[in-house]
Design a protein around this ligand. Structure first.
Ligand SMILES: [Zn+2]
Length: 364
């Protein structure tokens, strides 16, 4: 796999290929699971890569989907810690992921799968981008979507809000990224004090773990420490990459609006995206499962709020909500017990929608 940062384990994909978005960024897709099966596009979050769905040390979501008869398509979008764009490409916001990356990935997958159903499962920033794309009408005809942690109504704690602001102000400085690997920062670099502040919270002796677990100083835990496999815990610095600061002002704007909003308001190129995704929620044309851990500190009860708002305002959109007890945010995918506690909910949703769709296709 040329162009990818080498990590401990390479994914045993049936097919892996690069493709280029309309604005010239090279992304990657990997396919795993049975041939000629319904397809599921997996969209990772910020600061990490598609590897979050394929950890070899646990029974991961691609294993569970394959056993249930689904083919997984793992996307590395421009914010993937395994693609060079994340660190050396030009700055981007969630708008770029929504306008360019997700539609291009769906096009490439459809070229391969033809008329077979295509689902999307998206985590965190990936789910915010999915919300923008879908309400812009850029991903029509999906069979169903699962949004983990957040979807149309982002909501964070007051302390996280303050820290995001701080993060945004770092942009005026010469820093463009936050490193995730504490060892790379160095003991006495100019940035040592900043990183010491970012990794201050938490009890774990591993500073990389403290920093990543607490969202690079955002004050909210990204995962429940005890849900991780020891092997996953010991290679967090390998799984995560640098965090580009260019995304933070957009996230802050969404948080203030409690809605997924477009960042590039005056730029013609982005006019396909809605100014406010919630106002165009009626363009969502497939069933939606909103998933979250009961201890999600990153986005709190954003998805419960989303469920309530969509149910009240958009009765035409089929939406359901599932909360996973004792889970936080990222551990819903990388937790050692996620196959038992989380992935069954995803498979049940895909199975139910697939069974219904095939019945209605037969009756048509
Ligand atoms: Zn730890």
């Amino acid at each position: 796999m040329t162009g990818l940062r080498s990590t401990g384990a390479e994914l045993a994909a049936a097919e892996s290929f690069s493709f280029t978005t309309a604005d010239g960024v090279q992304l990657r897709l990997h396919r795993v699971g049975p041939d000629d099966a319904p397809a599921v596009l997996l969209v990772h979050g910020h600061g990490i890569s598609s590897e979050m769905f394929a950890l070899p040390e646990i029974r991961n979501v691609t294993d569970v989907l394959a056993e249930a008869g689904y083919q997984s398509w793992l996307l590395d979008w421009r914010g993937s810690s395994r693609l060079p764009h994340n660190e050396s490409g030009r700055p981007y916001t969630v708008d770029d992921v929504a306008l360019y990356d997700l539609p291009a990935a769906v096009d490439r997958i459809r070229e391969r799968i033809g008329e077979r159903p295509l689902f999307v499962v998206a985590h965190c920033i990936g789910a915010l981008a999915l919300a923008l794309s879908m309400t812009g009408g850029l991903l029509p005809g999906l069979a169903g979507v699962v949004a983990q942690g957040v979807f149309l109504t982002p909501k964070v704690t007051t302390s996280a809000r303050m820290r995001v602001l701080l993060g945004s102000e770092l942009i005026g400085s010469r820093m463009t990224h936050l490193d995730s690997d504490f060892r790379k920062v160095g003991l006495w670099s100019k940035r040592t004090l900043l990183y010491a502040a970012l990794s201050r919270k938490g009890d774990c002796p591993d500073p990389t773990c403290r920093m990543v677990q607490h969202g690079w100083g955002m004050g909210a835990k990204l995962f429940e420490h005890d849900q991780l496999h020891a092997r996953t815990h010991d290679r967090l610095s390998e799984l995560f990459g640098a965090i580009p600061l260019s995304v933070l002002p957009h996230l802050r704007q969404m948080e203030l609006a409690h809605a997924v909003v477009r960042w590039n308001v005056d730029d013609e190129r982005y006019h396909a995206l809605p100014e406010n995704a919630l106002d165009q929620a009626d363009r969502i044309d497939c069933p939606v499962l909103l998933l979250t851990g009961s201890r999600n500190e990153a986005w709190l009860d954003s998805n419960k709020l989303c469920y309530d708002v969509l149910s009240a305002r958009n009765p035409g959109v089929e939406v359901r909500y599932t909360e996973i007890p004792s889970y936080g945010h990222l551990d819903t995918f990388i937790g050692r017990g996620a196959a038992l506690d989380v992935f069954g909910h995803i498979v049940d949703f895909l199975d139910e929608v697939s069974a219904r769709d095939s019945t209605s296709a037969r009756n048509a």
